[in-house]
Write a protein that binds this ligand. Structure first.
Ligand code: DC
Length: 235
């Protein structure tokens, strides 16, 4: 079974997906990290986000792959582990700006689909339920208000001792939402068969429980279907 979790930045997708993956023994695949690795490559090559032809050519040269160390996903860019370098704000914004290009998406979607064929995965991103895994048994659209998401980011940065401005963070989040939701190729949207979960008022455990409940219900249905199928073949 595959679980697809889509939603805007800061909704808690990765925190929740990681916890549930551990509990269910699934492999967690963070697709945003792949777009970030590509974006890091474009930044290092000095390419601007508007230079589509240069980005398409660079995407051909950038080999992104993932591996797991102590159960944690590591992203490799041309064989080098870049996990520690992809979390910067600049890389996230470049990933959002360059993920609009089909040349970037085609390559990464192929990698994501291959991974999902090889194991039970919980995959999070923007287009997993709509495009990467349209047949995923469980689809979740996880969201939260822009204020809640900005406040979570603000608290995270303050905890690290970084000075920051809550309204600037919220503006940044809203801009990112707008880009991710209104691009031409695979925009962020709720798949028709996805369950909407708003985490604004939920604790992490509360959100995990909500996703687990959907998974349990779908697992029961799948087991029921399989049992009915077995019965039919016996007759
Ligand atoms: O989830 P994240 O913040 O690490 O993702 C960074 C950017 O990558 C996000 O703003 C849009 C892009 N992305 C995408 O287009 N499709 C995905 N499946 C995952 C991320």
């Amino acid at each position: 079974m595959n679980i697809a979790i889509d939603g805007p930045a800061g909704a808690g997708k990765s925190t929740i997906a990681k916890k549930l993956a551990k509990e269910l023994g699934y492999i967690y695949v963070d697709t945003g990290a792949m777009y970030r690795a590509m974006a890091l490559y474009f930044l290092e090559q000095g390419i601007a986000p508007e230079e589509e032809a240069a980005i398409a050519a660079a995407a051909e040269r950038a080999e992104v792959s993932i591996c797991y160390q102590d159960g944690q996903q590591q992203v490799l860019l041309n064989g080098e582990n870049v996990n520690g370098r992809i979390r910067r704000e600049e890389v996230g914004n470049m990933a959002s700006a360059t993920s609009i290009y089909p040349a970037v998406r085609t390559k990464l979607v192929a990698l994501q689909q291959k991974l999902a064929k090889s194991a039970d995965v919980i995959m999070d991103g923007r287009d997993i339920g709509t495009c990467v895994l349209p047949d995923a048994e469980v689809k979740i659209y996880l969201t939260a208000s822009a204020y809640t998401r900005a406040k979570r980011r603000y608290d995270e940065l303050r905890e690290k001792g970084e000075e920051c401005d809550l309204s600037a963070i919220q503006r940044d989040i809203e801009e990112r939402d707008d880009r991710d939701m209104h691009r031409e190729t695979s925009p962020l949207k709720q798949a028709e068969d996805a369950v909407l979960i708003d985490s604004s008022e939920l604790s992490i455990d509360g959100a995990v429980a909500a996703v687990r409940a959907v998974w349990q219900e779908r697992s029961r249905k799948a087991a029921g279907g399989a049992a009915a199928g077995e019965e039919n073949t016996c007759r």
